[in-house]
Design a protein around this ligand. Structure first.
Ligand code: CMC
Length: 459
């Protein structure tokens, strides 16, 4: 602990400086690399200590089973680091989030989503020429194969967009069979572009299908977010004016969702990708993982909850009490986080943007009022204070989506568009690692021991 404190105080700026300092200081008296010790049945096992550039420390147990026959047990992977990663750093205690070393607040203020996507995937902020080339390349790949549109005819009009997204992204692999090899850099780069360019089109078509409107083809003269808004809301029968405030809000929302290290969907993408499944298949699996209400689906669940509270007379205290009641399964959606135990910096950025867009539109959304009242009551409540439960990114994102006119079933699809660069970055990082192995956890078997088979007629 002392070492960690002094390391923090030293104000070491670059990752290289920090890594070098820590290599020097995380050593035992004899100058050997630091280790943790585990004593099992009297046997002392040394576990190497791995130290990250921000001072996080982990015990490397990768040889544990080979050397001792033991495995570790960690339901929900609460204590398990599945990988080292240089993409995103988040500090749950301090409410910090950095993409590739840059604070989320700064990126949200300075960049658009495409620039952040490039940073996450390729590791550095692009120079002007590189960024322009990246934007142009994305614009050229926004169209879906015409046969892809036939898939939409087969889905019911009320299909959940996440089901459509996951199926359509999986189906892209059937159209681009020439680019499925995870080991071929050119193929992977092309697939990255195709995915980033086409996911907004896939999502907008899902919406158009649900309302019975004609699909609007992408327009490649528009920016990423402008194009998406047009595909969502334009009609062939009348002109559509793109509101720059909406474009800014959308960029912001996509940026704050763009990566969040080893969350459920990202871990899914890595796990599927670890078997050398192609990138389309891996991302399709990530979309399915994101759909759940405990993960990306929370934004939809949160607005449903706020609407329910409003319809029930707006008594937020009643719902806070319900969430505290152990005999009731109800939880405050948009509250709590596995990692953030102080505040979710994404929620702060979004809350501010939310106020701004509602003010600009001169809209008084009662759902936003309920959200603010709920936050106030919950944050003063001992139950939430004790458990360090704060509003997360999904608490306010739905309110902005509503203000942008995006219907509730599409909220999680918006999250998926935002998270795509993060998923890709992790898939790419995993494949670039010399330590890559197929993800294959162990278990402790607790079922029946060997027993005699009983033929059907004797059971
Ligand atoms: N409302 C009421 N109680 C809660 C809530 C909540 N939203 N979240 C956690 N708790 C309680 C939980 O009952 C438990 O209490 P106790 O210790 O008495 O058993 C304690 O807090 C710890 O909860 P947990 O379920 O062990 O925490 P976790 O890390 O496994 O789960 C979570 C994290 C986000 C799934 C959970 O907080 C939750 O279900 N929140 C609501 C859904 C939500 O908003 N999800 C979006 C997450 S952010 C976007 C994303 O990254 O996908």
């Amino acid at each position: 602990m002392e070492k960690f404190e002094s390391r923090k105080k030293r104000n070491l700026d670059t990752q290289q400086e920090r890594a070098a300092w820590m290599n020097e200081h995380d050593k035992n008296e004899g100058g050997k690399p630091a280790v943790g010790k585990l004593i099992v049945d009297g046997l002392e096992i040394e576990l190497p200590l791995v130290v990250g550039t921000e001072g996080e420390r982990g015990l490397d147990i990768s040889k544990l089973r080979a050397e001792t026959g033991l495995v570790t047990l960690d339901p929900g992977y609460v204590n398990t680091g599945s990988t080292t990663s240089a993409i995103t750093y988040l500090n749950g205690e301090q409410g910090k989030l950095f993409y590739r070393g840059y604070a989320i607040e700064r990126l949200a203020a300075e960049c658009d989503f495409v620039e952040v996507a490039y940073l996450l995937i390729y590791g550095e902020l692009p120079d002007a020429e590189t960024l322009e080339h990246f934007r142009l390349t994305l614009r050229r790949h926004t169209l879906l194969h015409e046969d892809m549109r036939l898939f939409y005819d087969g889905f019911p009009f009320d299909a959940h967009p996440m089901a459509t997204l996951s199926s359509a992204v999986g189906a892209l692999s059937t159209f681009y069979q020439d680019a499925l090899n995870p080991a071929d850099k050119e193929q992977v780069d092309l697939t990255i572009i195709r995915l980033l360019a086409k996911l907004p089109t896939i999502a907008a078509y899902a919406h158009k299908k649900s309302v019975g409107h004609p699909y609007i083809y992408p327009s490649n003269e528009l920016s990423y977010c402008e194009n998406f808004l047009r595909m969502m809301f334009a009609l062939p029968t009348e002109p559509y004016e793109i509101d720059p405030d909406f474009v800014n809000a959308l960029n912001l929302l996509l940026i704050v969702h763009a990566d969040h290290e080893q969350n459920c969907s990202t871990s899914t993408v890595r796990m599927v990708g670890s078997s050398d499944s192609n990138l389309f298949a891996s991302i399709s699996a990530g979309i399915s993982a994101l759909w759940g209400p405990l993960h990306g689906g929370a934004n939809e669940a949160c607005v449903s909850m706020l609407e329910m509270i409003m319809a029930d007379g707006g008594n937020v205290k009643k719902y806070v009490d319900m969430a505290k009641d152990k005999d009731n399964n109800f939880r405050l959606m948009g509250f709590g986080h596995r990692v953030y135990k102080n505040f979710d910096p994404r929620a702060k950025i979004i809350e501010g943007a939310c106020k701004k867009i509602l003010q600009k539109q001169n809209t008084n959304d009662p759902v936003f009022d309920i959200a603010q009242q709920l936050e106030e009551v919950a944050l003063k409540d001992e139950y939430f204070i004790e458990r360090k439960l704060y509003p997360n990114v999904d608490f306010y994102s739905g309110v902005i989506y509503r203000a942008l006119g995006i219907p509730m079933p599409m909220f999680t699809a918006m999250f998926a568009i935002g998270r795509l660069p993060g998923w890709i970055a992790h898939w790419r990082e995993m494949h670039a690692s010399p330590k890559k192995r197929i993800a294959r956890p162990r278990q402790i078997y607790v079922g029946a021991t060997q027993r005699e088979f009983v033929p059907l007629e004797d059971r």
